[in-house]
Write a protein of this length. Sequence first.
Length: 323
Amino acid sequence: MKAIQITELGGPEVMRLTEVETPQPKAGEVLIKIAAAGINYADLMQRQGTYLTRTRTPVILGFEVAGTIAALGAGVTHLQEGMRVAAFCDGGYAEYALANANSIIPIPDTLDFAHAAAFPVQGLTAYQILRESAHLQAGESVLVHAAAGGVGTLAIQIAKLMGAGTVIGTASTEAKLDLVRKLGADVAINYSQPEWAEQVKQATAGKGADVIMEMVGGEIAEKNLQCLAPFGRMVVFGAASGQMVQFSGLQLMYKNQAIIGYWLTAWLSRADRVAAAVVDLMQYLASGKLQIVVGQTFPLAEVAAAHQAIAERKTTGKVVLLV
C-alpha cells in the first residue's frame, strides 16, 4: 500500500510517499480502507520530535481517519466489512490503517469522509475540554484561542450548545475573525494586537473569562492568566509557539483559579467517557446544530504542502488528506 513515512525527524520534506506492506488486523482490531485522514498540529510536533511522546522512526503519521472497514480481526462481532466509519488509529497517512475495534465510530451516509475525518480528534478535544476538564456551567464566559482552527471552530459552537454566556474567539486576520463570528462567537478579537487581553476584560465587564482554552504557550499563556476570572479554569492542551511558560501557585491562590492539563491520548483509555462524548457530538451533527469546517484538502502525496500551510497559519478549520 502507499503511505507517507518518515525515517528521520525534521521539516515537511522528511515525509515521503513510499510503498509498505498492508497491515493485517489482530484480535480486537479492524483494517480500514482510508478515504480521508485528518491532520492535527500534533502531527507536526511528532514529525519534528517535539511531541509529548518520543517519535520513533520509521513511522507513518496520522491519528484519525475515515473510510470503510476492509477486514475484521478475531473476536470483532459488532462491526461489519464495508461499514462507513471514522476512527482513531496510528499510521493514518496511508491507504490502509489498523484501529482498535472499540475506537470505531460508525458514520451516517449524510456525512462525507472528509468531514468525518475532521471529527474524532478535534471534536472530542473541544467537547472534553469544555465538559470534562473545565466543567463549563451555563452562563459562564469562554475564551477560545485560534478560534478559526480545527479545535477552535468546533469549540465556539460547542460552548454555545452547552449554554455558555459570552463566547470570545481570537484569530489573527479579519477573514478568520469573520468566520469566528459566523460560527456564533459573541466577540472576536485579533490576538496579534498588544491590547487583546484588555479587550477580553472589556467583553466580560472587567471580570475576565471563566474558562480559557490555551494552546499557544509563551507570552499568550501569561496574558491568559491576566484575563482569567476569579474561580476561572484555564485548560492547557498545547504549546503551538514552542515556548514554555511557568506559573506560581501564589498567582492562582489569590483568585482561586485553576490551570488544568488536557491530552486526548490519555483520555482514550476511558472508553465509557469517550463513548458518551461521541454520542453527544453525533447528536449535535445529526441535528444540524454543529458544523464541521474543513478549510482545505490535499492529496496524500502533497502532505508536505499541507503541513507547511498549517505551520504558516494559512489555514482555517480542519486540514484533511484525501487518499
